[in-house]
Write a protein that binds this ligand. Structure first.
Ligand code: AHM
Ligand code: MG
Length: 335
């Protein structure tokens, strides 16, 4: 056997997402497999969007030349395309009765009236980075519906509050593509193996360090930040923390999850309620960070304890990351 072959074989590719989901399912006495199917559907859409993102530059050239692709479909912006991919996958999978998406004002009824779940998604987050080849992501949040099975989903299904989520996660389309999710029993991360077309378990029990070297925010908004945020950022600089801001929430969050750090999107003068959306950005990432040992607040309050209003697309400030850093910020918000 050659040295190269030996080296390749010495590193097993590991557990596929599929097998991991099956194993986890068998660990829960009353698990019926429906949630597992939902996660598979999300992974499938993630793979397709990964492919679309990877050839985005080429598709744009095609679009500019003819406006229609080889299938005769009109070229679409990537975020709209990602929305279609996820809604289709969730519709075809059969378990989600409705989807709430950043791209659509109203709830999308999938027609799966017997589906027990609803899914809130930001299909492609990081709008400003989509066209310039910088990491972007998908964020998702899953609830068990409270409306009657057999009928259409209702707004209330999505307005149960952050603590009612039964699963949440994200897909990061970056230097490698990863799916990271929780079902309330810790956080696991899977890396996509392009040539095999599979996600493999690469990060089994993700824990965010209590402290961290990074703060991530758009400092261009400094003069619009509330005093407590400026005071906190000043202490970060005094302690020589590192500034890192991609401008894609998933990418910034993912980095800080591994290195330790804090991501901030404070309220500003222009957006006193914050910029990020509560239901499909703040809640899922707050649920996941708590599962990884971190903290997420909107200021003085834990994100997951903030009750939703009737607005499906409501915004909230977000401070999320390492427990000690976020608590320090929270203290300043309270005083
Ligand atoms: P989007 O949902 O329109 O993409 O907006 C959310 C994005 C986040 O990914 C990112 O952290 C933030 O907005 C960046 O905003 P800003 O450009 O104001 O710093
Ligand atoms: Mg977004």
């Amino acid at each position: 056997m050659s040295q190269t072959t030996e080296n390749t074989l010495a590193t097993p590719v590991g557990i596929t997402l599929e097998r991991y989901i099956m194993r986890k399912q068998s660990e829960f006495a009353f698990a019926t497999g429906e949630l597992s199917q939902l996660l598979r559907d999300i992974a499938l859409a993630g793979k397709i969007v990964n492919r679309d993102v990877n050839r985005a530059g080429l598709s744009r050239i095609t679009g500019a030349m003819g406006e229609k692709n080889v299938q005769g479909e009109h070229q679409q912006k990537l975020d709209v395309e990602a929305n279609i991919r996820f809604v289709r996958a969730l519709t075809n999978g059969g378990e989600a009765c409705a989807v709430l998406s950043e791209e659509d004002e109203e709830i999308i009824q999938t027609g799966n009236v017997n589906g027990k779940y609803v899914v809130a998604i930001d299909p492609l987050d990081g709008s400003s980075n989509i066209d310039v080849n910088v990491s972007i992501g998908t964020i998702f949040s899953i609830y068990r519906r409270v409306s009657r099975i057999g009928g259409p989903a209702r707004k209330e299904d999505f307005l149960q509050g952050g603590r009612a989520q039964i699963a949440a996660g994200y897909v990061l389309y970056g230097s490698s593509t990863m799916l990271v999710y929780t079902t309330g029993h810790g956080v696991a991360g899977f890396t996509y193996e392009n040539s095999l077309g599979e996600f493999f378990l690469s990060h089994p029990d993700i824990r965010i360090p209590r402290q961290g070297p990074v703060f991530s925010c758009n400092e261009g908004n400094w003069f619009d930040y509330p005093e407590f945020v400026r005071a906190f950022l000043t202490t970060c600089k005094e302690r020589r923390l590192t500034a890192r801001y991609v401008g894609s929430l998933v990418a910034d969050y993912h980095r800080n999850l591994f290195t330790g750090g804090i991501y901030l999107y404070p309220p500003t003068a222009a957006q006193p309620g914050g910029k990020l959306r509560l239901l499909y950005e703040c809640y899922p990432l707050a649920y996941l960070i708590e599962q990884a040992g971190g903290v997420a607040v909107t200021g003085a309050d834990l994100v997951l304890d903030v009750p939703p209003t009737a607005d499906l697309h409501q915004r909230a400030p977000l401070f999320v990351g390492s427990a000690d850093l976020v608590e320090e910020l929270r203290c300043k918000a309270t005083n």
